[in-house]
Design a protein around this ligand. Structure first.
Ligand code: ZN
Length: 227
């Protein structure tokens, strides 16, 4: 079977599920087991995700919990944190040094993942002046990221009248990420929720350049700091 995703990409996905925020939170009771969540996020079949999870387990990177969920081992967690940190530093190399847009950097960073050794990544980090966040607002330091999760909320959970500042953009959906940039919904942008009616899928916000409608999916992928 051809593997479409590397061990590191799987670890990155499990990392997002292990330290969830917003749409990365596992769904409630009766939810699919984690293998299917991983499969869904990577766009692969349950079977290939299951195969790969077996391999990660054999390599000591994950353990299976009581419900067969994938839990990062100490080794697995350290490697996953290295992978996400590396991705974020490479994205900054692409934007700060090579002049790519935030949207372009995400795709290209995925392709470059295996190009740089850990030692090279440290050199890049130093040359860039130790950037704090990737272009999409995700902290380079995973420990800081995990702490900050508690202070942020998906825009979709805010109510009409609430004000907030965009801090991070969900990255795993390329089309959605593109849309955020098209709309100027980027880190640092302040907004106010005008209407939040999830039953009618009506979510509108105002920013300094006017009012706009946001789909529920997009509102779930914008992580904001409520004012
Ligand atoms: Zn990023």
């Amino acid at each position: 079977m051809a593997e479409r995703h590397s061990v590191d990409e799987y670890l990155e996905t499990i990392y997002f599920l292990a330290f969830p925020i917003g749409e990365y939170t596992p769904k409630g009771a009766g939810s699919p087991p984690l293998a299917s969540r991983v499969a869904e996020m990577l766009g692969v079949s349950r079977a290939s995700a299951g195969e790969m999870l077996k391999r990660l387990e054999a390599e000591g990177l994950i353990e299976r919990g009581a419900k067969k969920e994938a839990l990062l081992t100490t080794t697995g967690r350290a490697r996953a944190e290295r992978v996400v940190r590396k991705h974020r530093i490479i994205e900054r190399l692409l934007t700060d040094f090579m002049g790519y847009t935030g949207y372009e950097s995400h795709e290209r960073a995925d392709a470059l993942g295996d190009t740089f050794t850990d030692e090279m990544v440290e050199r890049i980090d130093e040359k860039l002046g130790h950037p704090q966040r990737c272009p999409h607002g995700w902290p380079v330091d995973p420990e800081f990221e995990q702490k900050e999760n508690a202070e942020l909320a998906p825009l979709a959970t805010l109510r009409a009248g609430e004000r907030a500042t965009i801090v991070r953009l969900a990255e795993h959906d390329g089309d959605l990420l593109h849309w955020f940039y098209d709309q100027g919904l980027v880190p640092g942008r302040e907004l106010e929720v005008r209407r939040a009616d999830s039953a009618a899928d009506q979510f509108t916000v105002t920013t300094d350049d006017g009012e706009r409608a946001i789909s529920e999916k997009a509102a779930a992928g914008l992580f904001v700091r409520p004012a």
